[in-house]
Design a protein around this ligand. Structure first.
Ligand SMILES: CCCCCCCC/C=C\CCCCCCCC(=O)SCCNC(=O)CCNC(=O)[C@H](O)C(C)(C)COP(=O)(O)OP(=O)(O)OC[C@H]1O[C@@H](n2cnc3c(N)ncnc32)[C@H](O)[C@@H]1OP(=O)(O)O
Length: 222
């Protein structure tokens, strides 16, 4: 059973984690503009001719492609320089998929983040897509584990959808580690809209060995 007491959305305090402000290359600023476009094009209805805008965007995409490092080099960077956070699909400021959410860590290690998801995350009418809800949980639990000192790969994620999670309204995403036994780690989370409980989750994570660590070493060039 998920214990929702420690996941109370009205708890405050704590300090911000995962916020990387160094934007020397201007990448976060560029991605912010892509995010605006991404949001506007969902159900996109425009009172203008789109062809000239498409041509402009194609030109921008062509210039970025010509100047970009290879996929392999970019993949290596996400693991070799501690840039995982900025590239995560939920918190990453350089990932256009990410809303992005910023989490605070409370004094007992619970993570808390507030976000308003746009239409691009909609599933049923006015509701966040259930797969997105699961993604939010996977990340908040994973990050709570990381900050508690024991982290692993998700082996199961049990999500209970208790009431609709709304788009276009603030929601609070919380998560915390609850237990560690050897390589096995359990974490729980909740999503609230105001006082209303929208979803809870429990995940089990296993500290990896073998293949994953080999991949990390290879990508890090070590
Ligand atoms: C991620 C770590 C990297 C560190 C990064 C640090 C920097 C970044 C900082 C922070 C990031 C945090 C954010 C990341 C979050 C990402 C989350 C994801 O999206 S993960 C991708 C989806 N998940 C997979 O693809 C796993 C696929 N599964 C596997 O590859 C293997 O299962 C693996 C490596 C996880 C474990 O395999 P084995 O062979 O080492 O271990 P075995 O013996 O199978 O399991 C260990 C124990 O767990 C139990 N177990 C395994 N699966 C279970 C299940 N589904 N239910 C219950 N128990 C299970 C087993 O029965 C065993 O228990 P008994 O030791 O015998 O007591």
């Amino acid at each position: 059973m998920v214990e929702t007491g420690p996941l109370d959305p009205s708890r405050g305090g704590g300090g911000r984690i995962d916020r990387v402000d160094d934007d020397e290359a201007g990448l976060f600023a560029l991605v912010d503009q892509v995010r605006r476009i991404r949001a506007l094009t969902t159900g996109g209805l425009f009172d203008t001719d789109l062809d000239p805008l498409t041509a402009q965007l194609r030109e921008v995409a062509d210039r970025l492609e010509a100047a970009s490092a290879s996929t392999e080099r970019r993949q290596a960077v996400t693991w070799s320089t501690g840039d995982y956070v900025t590239n995560c699909p939920v918190v990453g400021r350089s990932n256009v998929l990410a809303p992005p959410i910023a989490f605070d860590i409370l004094d007992d290690g619970t993570l808390r983040g507030e976000v308003t998801l746009g239409l691009e995350y909609q599933g049923p009418p006015a509701c966040v897509h259930g797969g997105m809800v699961a993604l939010l949980f996977d990340v908040v639990l994973g990050r709570a584990n990381f900050h508690a000192g024991a982290t692993g790969m998700t082996v199961y994620l049990d999500v209970d959808y208790r009431s609709p999670t709304p788009v276009l309204e603030p929601i609070v995403v919380t998560g915390r580690q609850v237990r560690v036994e050897g390589r096995k780690i359990w974490a729980q989370g909740a999503i609230h809209a105001g006082d209303r409980l929208c979803a809870t989750a429990e995940g089990m994570f296993v500290e990896p060995g073998g293949l994953l660590l080999e991949n990390r070493r290879r990508l890090a060039g070590g």
